[in-house]
Design a protein around this ligand. Sequence first.
Ligand SMILES: Cc1ncc(COP(=O)(O)O)c(C=O)c1O
Length: 373
Amino acid sequence: MKIYDLPTPVFLVDLDILEGNINEAAKLARDFGKRIWPMVKTHKSTEIAAMQKAAGAEGFLVGTLLEAERLVEKGFTDIMLAYPVAGRENLKRVVRLAQKARIILSIDCVEAAREINFALEESGVALEYLIIIDSGLGRFGVLPEDAAKLARELRTLKALKLIGISTHPGHVYGASRPEEVEKIARQEIQALKTAADILEKEDINLEIIATGSTPTFRHVLEDNRINILRPGNYVFYDSIQVALGVVAFERCAFSVMGTVISSPRPGNLILDVGSKCLGLDRGAHGISMVKGFGTVVGHHELTLVSLSEEVAKVEVEGKTELKVGDKVRIIPNHACAACNMTSYLVGYRGEDVEKIIEVDMRNGSKTPIENIF
Ligand SMILES: Cc1ncc(COP(=O)(O)O)c(C=O)c1O
């Protein structure tokens, strides 16, 4: 079957490009002596995680506890939680996970750490953690120069063992020019170096110095302190990565295929792909460089000027050959957000459909009866 024989809208992944993206990052990491723990929130698929592991990923970074639970169910054993966890019920889930896998926590404040420590002590479990360093995003994390202060404050918490530091330079997505990406990578390196120097002066051994973002990935490879890279989006790439100059358009593996369902007036087409497929994302953290709500492959004359839930309004610049009934593929602005809109991807090579890949780590994709009642 050819992809153009599929009903629409449909979420597609080009397997040759996906494999190429996974292998390239794994090779770069290996060549520069770095370990790779990819962030799985991009694809939320245990099958794609298995491909990353086969290419050399040592462990995974997760954005949700459900991602960790699904990975552990499938036998993956090395997981870092990207964000702090709070609340009795969620902490119970962490304890359950820790009984089956190596779980590394991320912490950036004393109040949350005390709560976690209490839950762990109650269950007789001790866990390793990383201190989150703020390298400029201003979301989680302590400033690099405050890392030792937090480490000292947490020293009395016996169920928590500090093994490293991590950061995520998410503000790179707010860059207004590709040249800014390199500047942000330098901030990322400097923030980790400052924090590591301060902690090591206090005789704290840092087994892990981790960072990760797809745009800055190539720029931090040469740093000799960072030892774990945790990129996420690189498996798919998307229109935002292209706008940031990270890769060429041809490296985008994920697309949504839609059909032209109306040509209501000159200069406009309507597609059956709306915000429930592409998301209304213009980029994380305020990027302004993308044009429209996605890029239509092979049709520079088209701009997705607005999305409603199920349809896209397209503006045609000049002429287009497209007519009602024709199918087009759209590279979303933000593939991580778009992939969360579906339970499965259709994997293909050339134009031939090869397999279904389940997106089985999505929140709400399966009722977790045992966790709720
Ligand atoms: C803490 C953390 N690390 C790594 C990543 C991966 O970043 P990217 O998708 O740019 O590769 C993210 C993405 O949200 C993140 O929040």
